[in-house]
Design a protein around this ligand. Structure first.
Ligand SMILES: [Zn+2]
Length: 83
């Protein structure tokens, strides 16, 4: 699988570290913190995920990928990505 880094171009997925679902947002209070840390959706289809380009530009990306086919639809820098 190849991932389109906005800085480095298409690169092999082995250069990246997978963090997981990009959807959860850290709650401001302890209410809902358990769900934030431990509970994840497991969708079959397009999903926004956090990937770290450890062997490249060292930026966090939000990659949109189909979990069934591994087709990658695009990637943006995580710091500028809206939820
Ligand atoms: Zn990169």
């Amino acid at each position: 699988m190849r991932l389109p880094c906005p800085f480095c171009g298409d690169r092999d997925a082995s250069e990246f570290v997978y963090r997981g679902d990009a959807a959860p947002v850290r709650p401001a209070t302890s209410e809902g913190f358990y769900d934030y840390v431990y509970l994840r959706e497991n969708p079959a289809g397009p999903m926004r995920e956090h990937w770290y380009h450890a062997q490249g530009c060292r930026n966090w990306l939000v990659v949109t990928r189909d979990t069934r086919t591994h087709e990658v639809f695009g990637a943006v820098l995580a710091r500028g990505a809206a939820q």
